[in-house]
Ligand binder design. Structure first.
Ligand SMILES: N[C@@H](CCC(=O)O)C(=O)O
Length: 290
């Protein structure tokens, strides 16, 4: 049974549409959120999804909390007009800096990646390393979340400013990327971490590079896997799981659509059609008939 309690401040949220049929909204600054999209395809293939990449403001990781909040509010407003049934912030930086605030402002379920990632890491190790954007590392969001769950583990965080630009440029296999990764991981290897969290949704794209540098016993935690498990549980609890055939994912960006399409090919395996989102257009898009 569908529970409308969470949408009570906005009873018209779904319009004429059946709530279960509504899409899940996923957003990131760029292609990082595609790692979450891949997990959604794997574990919740019956769901329809809309994806937004805020590429005009990439990278988020070097921005202030005020800037991130401004972008996130705009995106959530837009998502609301798309009548999504749930939002996944497929971005650690906005989960660290904006999630708690916007959850109080919007009457729709919004999931972030930090808590699911922290919970999973604590179940796996005692010496936990976190690689993240400068803003996420500085926020200490992972350290706080982990220590709140278990104060007896140790946490080391490393800020990795060069990773996002390298990934957005598809330079995964460039020897320079391996060199940069080696220098970021060095202090964590020295501390003999047993677990490493991808503290940025872009980083699982670097898995082969990181794996080749890390000692084989280090376990890698991808918060994308765990946020999708949380999403599945919440949909079930709210009675919002889709039982109809899903529609194809639609992709939107704030920057150049061709560039996003190009950067997505290695992760999607095809060239997506990408639209530019118009934040001034408050009309509701007819998602299901597309
Ligand atoms: N995907 C990113 C955002 C990275 C960025 O734009 O700097 C994150 O999880 O933090």
């Amino acid at each position: 049974m569908y529970s409308s309690s969470i949408f009570k401040n906005n009873p018209d949220h779904f319009g004429e549409q059946e709530p279960q049929r509504a899409p899940i909204g996923v957003f990131d600054s760029g292609v990082g959120g595609l790692t979450v999209l891949q997990q959604l395809y794997r574990h919740l293939p019956q769901e329809s999804i809309i994806y937004f990449g805020d590429t005009a403001h990439l990278p988020y990781g070097i921005r202030s909390q005020a800037e991130i909040l401004r972008y996130v509010r705009q995106i959530l407003n837009w998502m609301q007009h798309q009548r999504v049934k749930m939002v996944i912030m497929a971005c650690n930086t906005s989960s660290a800096l904006a999630l708690e605030i916007v959850r109080r402002e919007f009457s729709m379920p919004i999931l972030g990646v930090i808590l699911p990632g922290a919970k999973a890491a604590v179940q796996q190790g005692k010496r936990i390393g976190v690689i993240a954007t400068p803003a996420t590392a500085k926020s200490n969001a992972y350290r706080h979340a982990i220590l709140e769950i278990n104060a007896n583990v140790q946490v080391w965080q490393v800020s990795c400013p060069e990773f996002v630009p390298l990934i957005e440029q598809n330079r995964i296999h460039d020897p320079y990327t391996t060199e940069v990764a080696r220098s970021y991981l060095q202090p964590l290897i020295q501390e003999e971490i047993d677990t490493l969290i991808y503290g940025c949704t872009h980083y699982p794209h670097l898995a082969p590079v990181l794996r080749s540098i890390l000692p084989s016993q280090v376990k890698l935690v991808d918060p994308a896997v765990h946020v999708v498990a949380a999403c599945s549980q919440d949909l079930e609890l709210l009675g919002l799981s889709n039982t109809y055939p899903p529609v194809a994912t639609r992709f939107w960006v704030s920057g150049c659509p061709q560039q996003f399409a190009q950067s997505s090919i290695p992760w999607l395996g095809y060239t997506p059609t990408v639209e530019v989102a118009d934040f001034n257009d408050t009309s509701v898009s007819n998602f299901t008939s597309h």
